[in-house]
Design a protein around this ligand. Structure first.
Ligand SMILES: [Zn+2]
Length: 258
């Protein structure tokens, strides 16, 4: 069996991913499965404070891989984690959306690499999306050295909902090799996604939700009554819930197209 590294909590506010990683870890350990290592609290201080960045150096851990042996707390941690990841045959890094948003479960990876597509088939979630490739993320750095790697966006940050359950179940199926790739439906591949933003500050009310297909110019929701429309036709991967919208801090939706 392939050796798998599962990480979560690289972003400390994404508590949902930490919770399912802990449950997967308990499940694996109780069955004595040794080919898997689960690290649920990679960015421990950030998880304790439920914030994205590590409070000790204010760095976003997932923007500084492969790290530095003698750098700040986050840089050293990135270095150690990257060295560790090299010992594995595949890497799955669990994330969620932000505090007032959620998403359908989807796989984010460099689809230009066949080995990442194979990993998508193996994992078997319905949706796979080409990354826009912000460098220095763990999954991209490990993918760049030939290790099949992906992020799974697993739902909302703070609330335990069915999306998280689905990802947990998918992980356990993968790790026990219950189903072969051919028994799983092939994922839908999306070669591009973009984030919808607005310059208006105010209260966002969604009309659509993650998983909905939208047409170009269709209304996604409103900010203080002003209609916010899609820029192209596609699938809504993730979206804000009813909550106040800060243009500096966040986007309204992520939409994928083929
Ligand atoms: Zn994240």
């Amino acid at each position: 069996m392939k050796r798998t590294l599962i990480t979560a909590g690289i972003h400390g506010n994404e508590i949902g991913s930490v919770l399912i990683a802990r449950e997967i870890k308990g499940w694996i350990e109780s069955r004595g499965i040794e080919e898997v290592e689960v690290l649920p609290n990679v960015n421990l201080e950030a998880v304790e404070h439920k914030q994205r960045k590590n409070p000790l150096d204010d760095k976003d851990l997932n923007r500084i891989f492969p790290g530095k042996e003698n750098g700040t707390t986050s840089e050293r941690r990135a270095h150690r984690l990257f060295e560790k990841a090299k010992e594995f045959d595949r890497l799955i890094d669990l994330h969620t959306y932000g505090d007032d948003s959620w998403c359908i479960p989807y796989m984010l990876t460099d689809l230009n690499q066949d080995y990442n597509r194979k990993l998508c088939e193996r994992v078997g979630l319905k949706t796979a999306v080409q990354t826009r490739g912000t460098d220095s993320q763990l999954f991209l750095e490990t993918s760049n050295i030939g290790i099949p790697s992906m992020i799974i966006e697993a739902g909302g940050a703070q609330r335990y909902r069915e999306e998280l359950e689905e990802v947990k179940k998918t992980m356990i199926d993968l790790l026990t090799a219950k189903k072969t790739s051919s028994e799983k439906p092939s994922p839908k591949y999306f070669e591009h996604y973009d984030r919808k933003r607005s310059s208006i500050e105010g209260y966002f009310e969604p009309v659509k939700e993650p998983g909905d297909e939208v047409k170009n110019e269709e209304v996604l929701g409103t900010i203080d009554g002003e209609e916010i429309r899609a820029d192209f036709s596609g699938l809504i991967l993730g979206m804000k819930e009813s909550s106040s919208y800060d243009p500096e801090e966040e986007s309204i939706a992520a939409i994928a197209k083929k």
